[in-house]
Ligand binder design. Structure first.
Ligand code: GLC
Ligand code: CA
Length: 516
């Protein structure tokens, strides 16, 4: 199994297409808008994109409910625009990953329209049905009695998202098909055909939605691993430079299953929340490590990370996102100084960094918005990118309503203002990414050694080759032992001092040292 060389120096940028840039003043972002802003993304130093689903859809789940896998949703443009996006990105040395939703379709997808018919047809077993409406096996979710076919269909997420049939690894009921059943094989072949369609057009791979969930009743994960290894073979054989990135959150499983990349996520990973999100839902405030409250425990992360790192070593990479379209934004309940420290840390880790659009300027989480397209609490993390101080914050020239409102607060951040500001978050993000590109030792890989990480204590210190990072997200100055002589390369908010075997790290700061 080969690992494309470009991944080592990859810095990803996640784009939620609805909210990035509206090129034709209809109030919603589009592919042409992304093309027009490629120069901006490139200027950050990002060299790869992940674009949330942009396929035809009734948008009951923001496009994660696909009704045509091979067609760009008209509100975003046409397939020609996708082709141009790939070309324009490649001209700039950038890669583009699309979002593949293989686990379920929209209930409006033509396959499902056929499948729900009482007469048996080619698509009857493309989805998971019980043999009659009165059969309700527990521990799965079913929709019942809304069509003439006698049976309930399984859903993966919302009721409008029927689960595609990749079979059951362990079968307790006669109607559960084996993953090797021709109907299940044809589901997978249909999905491989979709992947080929976009990759032949220039797409560089996929972020795979709910990647672990395809084969049902698979406690040992043997069925799901067989499935993805089959897909990986296609990549290695026909698309060796392209990549598969899983929304799985468990690299010990996913890398083994054949994924090149897997995420740290706000679910499935104690470590991610322990660093960045714990306490977010409570009025008591943040209890994660990256907070000036100073109540976090970094060892929850380091212990988990060491295990995962060992599992991925030489076979794949782990990705550490600043956030994504499913979590509350990093900016929530953090000052700009705290955001800088958290993002600098992410950019200095040996994981592959993913910047969620807007996090590079500290775009806020918008409290209390009415749910949009199945967003619910996630809606507040999906508001338009803020480009300028001008009309609609530069997102759109529309006079009418936008996909979601921009922040009415005039002090809310925007890219243009921060580009002209000494010491802005945007400025740090650019500097750190540039440094990462320049210094191989700061790129993704295995060179990482924890020098100081103690339960419930600050700072956190780690080595990457000749570099040492000392980070103290808490609101109190902190000290730790550090042998050797170092000079400062760069500091965020305030500089740490290393002297006489001790490093003193000011409150809410990060310093990057280099061995003398
Ligand atoms: C993934 C997506 C999320 C979507 C869900 C169902 O978790 O990231 O946005 O709602 O899958 O497809
Ligand atoms: Ca538009």
């Amino acid at each position: 199994m080969s690992l494309p060389a470009w991944l080592k120096d990859a810095v990803f940028y996640e784009i939620y297409p609805q909210s990035f840039y509206d090129s034709n003043a209809d109030g919603i972002g589009d592919l042409e808008g992304i093309i027009q802003k490629l120069g901006y993304v490139k200027s950050l130093g990002c060299n790869a994109l992940w674009i949330n689903p942009c396929f035809e859809s009734p948008f009951m789940d923001a496009g994660y409910d696909v009704s045509d896998y091979k067609k760009i949703a008209p509100r975003y443009g046409a397939n020609e625009d996708a082709k141009r996006l790939f070309e324009e990105a490649h001209k700039r040395g950038m890669k583009v990953l699309f979002d593949l939703v293989p686990g379920h379709t929209s209930d409006r997808h033509p396959w499902f329209r056929q499948s729900r018919k009482p007469e048996r047809n080619e698509y009857s077993d493309r989805y998971i049905w019980t043999p009659n409406v009165f059969l309700y096996p527990e521990h799965y979710r079913w929709v019942s009695g809304v069509q003439d076919r006698d049976g309930n269909y399984m859903v993966n997420f919302f009721s409008s998202q029927p689960a595609l049939n990749y079979g059951f690894e362990q079968r307790d009921e006669f109607w559960q098909l084996s993953p090797e059943d021709p109907a299940c094989v044809s589901t997978l072949e249909a999905m491989k055909d979709v992947m080929r369609f976009w990759m032949d057009m220039g797409c560089d791979g996929f972020r795979v939605d709910m990647a672990a969930s395809l084969v049902k009743n698979d406690p040992e994960r043997t069925g799901i691993k067989r499935l993805w290894r089959n897909v990986r073979e296609m990549f290695d054989r026909d698309y060796p430079e392209n990549v598969l990135l899983s929304e799985w959150g468990d690299p010990e499983q996913s890398i083994d299953a054949g994924f090149h990349l897997d995420f740290y996520l706000h679910f499935e990973s104690r470590g991610y929340n322990a660093l960045f999100r714990d306490g977010n839902e409570l009025s008591a405030g943040l209890s994660c490590y990256f907070s000036k409250e100073g109540r976090g425990d970094v060892t929850v992360f380091t212990k988990e990370y060491e295990r995962r790192r060992a599992a991925a070593r030489g076979r794949g990479y782990i990705c550490l996102p600043t956030g994504n379209h499913d979590m509350v934004r990093l900016a929530r309940r953090r000052t700009m100084a705290e955001r800088k420290v958290a993002e600098a840390f992410i950019l200095l880790m040996p994981t592959i960094p993913f910047i969620y659009y807007g996090d590079e300027i500290g775009l806020p989480y918008r409290e209390g918005l009415v749910s949009k397209e199945g967003g619910f609490y996630r809606t507040g993390s999906r508001t338009p990118m803020q480009w300028t101080k001008g009309k609609n914050r530069g997102f759109s020239a529309a006079d009418g309503e936008l996909y979601l409102p921009v922040d009415p607060d005039p002090a809310s951040p925007d890219a243009e203002t921060q580009a002209g500001e000494e010491g802005s978050l945007l400025g740090f993000v650019k500097r750190l990414i540039a440094l990462r590109h320049r210094e191989e030792e700061l790129q993704a890989g295995d060179n990482f050694e924890v020098l100081y990480a103690e339960k419930g204590k600050y700072p956190f210190i780690f080595r990457r080759g000749k570099f040492v990072v000392a980070v103290n997200p808490s609101g109190e100055n902190a000290e730790a032992p550090l042998e050797g002589n170092y000079k400062e390369v760069l500091s965020v908010n305030a500089a740490a001092r290393a002297e006489g075997g001790i490093v003193s790290v000011p409150a809410v700061s990060l310093t990057l040292f280099c061995a003398e």
